[in-house]
Design a binder for this molecule. Structure first.
Ligand SMILES: O=C(O)CCC(=O)C(=O)O
Ligand SMILES: [Fe+2]
Length: 316
């Protein structure tokens, strides 16, 4: 293992106005995305489509949501694992808390979510969450399209895009008030397709490279951090890397983050593309039902220190 922080994670600029499929800018960004997704399974995206005022509004909304009383936040329930409220209970307080919103790009969904927390409604928060989500959902589609194109499997593009929905999780990591690093979120791989993370001004996210080094992510005011999930790794038969990551906190400032997860729909079977299975790339995972995987990982959650990744359940 090398020393921490000696490597820079890739940074890719998505801000150029001529970023349209087929343009030379598109092709150049696409090759950077493919390289980063294979080598590191993650990269920082510079994306200036969201004005700073709107970013600030989102940070304010996250604070307002997560500062609600615990009993109020716990009203955000879902029958799906990891889709409601996560974190503290009165018996076991946690420095991490998260609230999930299903399909935040659809205004009615955001409104149903805020109505659970504020029965009298909260139009300001609903609008802030909704407006912020739209360009991020587009960024998700751009990145996935670039990866599908770079692997020459465009014939599956529509099926791939239609097989997912978006989940937004806003999270709070309480400042530990010490200079020593404390675990805010333990090391894990994401189960979904891709995750897009942004935050207030407090860093804490760390990524593990293939060599085992932990690299802290330094966000800039215009950046989003993109992480490849296990389902995308499985669908592409291991062409992409799905990195372990964690959140480590120190100091006196509370961190707020918003993560957009593109997630396989209920009952969707993830099966490696036959074009990507050959002698050089033997099949890595058996076809699996994403919802089943989610349920099994949820059942094992908390029982074990390092969550077993996809390989432990469905590896060939
Ligand atoms: O808050 C972050 O920066 C990361 C969140 C994360 O990794 C997750 O929710 O899966
Ligand atoms: Fe994650």
């Amino acid at each position: 293992m090398g020393s921490e922080g000696s490597i820079n994670l890739p940074m890719i600029d998505f801000s150029r106005s001529e970023l349209r499929p087929g343009s030379s800018t598109w092709d150049s960004v696409k090759s950077q995305v493919a390289k980063a997704a294979e080598e590191y399974g993650c990269f920082q995206a510079l994306f200036n489509r969201i004005p700073h005022e709107q970013r600030k509004g989102m940070n304010g909304a996250m604070e307002e949501l997560l500062q609600l009383p615990l009993e109020t936040k716990q009203r955000n329930v879902s029958e799906k694992p990891f889709h409601g409220y996560l974190g503290s209970s009165s018996a076991k307080p946690s420095i991490y808390e998260g609230l999930c919103i299903i399909e935040p790009g659809i205004y009615d969904n955001v409104e149903s979510f805020t109505n659970v927390l504020w029965p009298e409604g909260n139009i300001k928060i609903s609008k802030t969450l909704h407006l912020f989500s739209q360009p991020v959902v587009e960024l998700d589609q751009t990145v996935r399209r670039m990866i599908v194109e770079s692997l020459n499997v465009e014939k599956y593009l529509d099926e791939h895009m239609n097989s997912t929905y978006n989940l937004l999780r806003v999270a709070k990591y309480e400042a530990p008030q010490t200079t020593e690093k404390k675990t805010g979120l333990m090391a894990h791989t994401d189960k979904n397709i891709i995750s897009i993370i942004c935050q207030n001004e407090v860093d804490g996210l760390e990524i593990q490279t293939r060599d085992g080094d932990w690299i802290p992510v330094k966000f800039s005011p215009d950046s989003f951090f993109i992480i490849i999930g296990e389902s995308f790794q499985a669908w592409t038969n291991g062409r992409l890397y799905s990195p372990y990551h964690r959140v480590m906190m120190s100091g006196s400032k509370t961190r707020y983050s918003a993560t957009f997860f593109s997630t396989p729909k209920e009952g969707y079977i993830i099966k490696a593309l036959e074009e990507l299975v050959d002698e050089e790339h033997p099949l890595l995972y058996k076809p699996f039902d994403y919802s089943e995987y989610l349920k099994r990982r949820f059942a094992d959650h908390g029982k074990i220190k390092t969550v077993p990744a996809l390989k432990n359940y469905f590896g060939v």
